[in-house]
Design a protein around this ligand. Structure first.
Ligand SMILES: Nc1ncnc2c1ncn2[C@@H]1O[C@H](COP(=O)(O)OP(=O)(O)OP(=O)(O)O)[C@@H](O)[C@H]1O
Length: 344
């Protein structure tokens, strides 16, 4: 990265105290994000994604470490950071009896924008987020997808250089999710906004982000493009269907000899193994199993997913990973967002 990063953190950490025991929510976050990047933070529940975002947006004081966001230190100048970023949290703008357009105008006034600038920006955003037809509708009557788009419009009213989105598509149906992402891409293309998004939808990170940070247990354990993560950390996945347990055990011996897999795990049909160059291994393996007299009921070859990456890194599937729900006894460490961006 040649230009000055828009976001840079060093040793950023957060430890909560729950029932007198430390919970290391984020450990030593070292990160540089370039202007205009679209970065996804992927990880299971409790990995530390939201805590990272809340520190970087100055809503939560770090226990240790530093970060510079849009040129300002999050500890020394949080107000300057907040003026220049947009933050769309996990809640929604639901429950308001205010009309969509009025809510936008109020938000502009909140940021100290002039009336004329607010009106211009509001109309632009309502148009680009497909909300123009809903301008006079009360927020209460919007659908989940429409509300989420309004959240984004509110987070963008002051033309932030950097937009943080915390799980923007959770709870939306597939069509609204696709629509939301279309809008995120359009905004990025039109305004050059840097986008930092957390998600636990694998497919979403894979398809939409150009850079994926994989987080687990408070630490970033991988950081690259999705294709590079998949080709460097996971391999092709071969599935072999067998009749029964006895055949499975015999097949495993052949698999170890012929395929030398980096990972073998049981699958509903029989066995899954991870290898490099699966297209070459599969025919050789089928011949060897046949020669050993082991009947194969099915054979599949698929490209790795980000879940395979997570499995290769942690030994757990992202779908099964994640903490137990947070304790009731939570530390109330959230800083008051005075003059903060919309924390909806
Ligand atoms: N205010 C708090 N007090 C105590 N523990 C907390 C608090 N906030 C978060 N934690 C704990 O810190 C860890 C990281 O939580 P965080 O919400 O950052 O994870 P996440 O990756 O965003 O998860 P999710 O996908 O469920 O939102 C978890 O163990 C969580 O229980």
């Amino acid at each position: 990265m040649t230009a000055e990063p828009i976001l840079s953190s060093r040793g950023l950490s957060k430890t909560f105290t729950v029932k007198k025991s430390p919970v290391h929510a984020v450990v030593d976050l070292n990160l540089d994000v370039g202007r205009g990047e679209l970065v996804a933070f992927l990880g299971p529940n409790g990995a530390g994604k939201s805590t990272s975002l809340r520190m970087l947006t100055t809503l939560l004081p770090p226990t240790s470490g530093t970060a510079t966001v849009v040129g300002f230190d999050i500890r020394k100048d949080p107000a300057a950071v907040r003026r220049r970023i947009g933050y769309i949290g996990q809640g929604t703008s639901g429950g308001h009896s205010q009309r969509v357009r009025d809510e936008m105008l109020t938000q502009g006034a909140f940021y100290g924008m002039s009336r004329a600038a607010t009106v211009k920006r509001t109309d632009e955003l309502l148009e680009s987020l497909d909300l123009a037809g809903l301008a006079t509708r009360t927020i209460l009557k919007l659908s989940g997808g429409q509300k989420r788009r309004l959240d984004i419009a509110l987070g963008l009213i002051h033309s932030p250089e950097l937009l943080f989105l915390d799980e923007p598509s959770t709870g939306l149906d597939p069509q609204s999710r696709a629509n939301l992402w279309k809008h995120i891409h359009e905004l990025r293309q039109t305004h050059g906004t840097t986008i930092f998004v957390t998600t636990h939808y694998l497919e979403e990170a894979d398809r939409h982000a150009e850079r994926v940070l994989v987080m687990d247990k408070g630490r970033v354990i991988a950081d690259d493009t999705a294709p590079a993560l998949k080709s460097n950390l996971a391999g092709d996945v071969i599935g072999i269907g067998v009749r029964d347990q006895t055949d499975e055990e015999r097949a495993r011996t052949v698999i170890d000899e012929v395929a030398r897999p980096s990972l073998v795990s049981p699958s509903p049909a029989g066995i899954e193994l991870t290898v490099d160059r699966g297209e070459l291994i599969l025919p050789a393996l089928l011949r060897a199993l046949d020669a050993a007299g082991i009947p194969v009921s099915s054979a599949t070859l698929r490209q790795p997913t980000l879940d395979d990456v997570f499995l290769a890194l942690t030994g757990r599937s992202l779908r099964d990973a994640g903490d137990a729900p947070a304790s009731d006894e939570e530390e109330s460490a959230v800083a008051e967002p005075a003059g903060a961006p919309a924390t909806r």
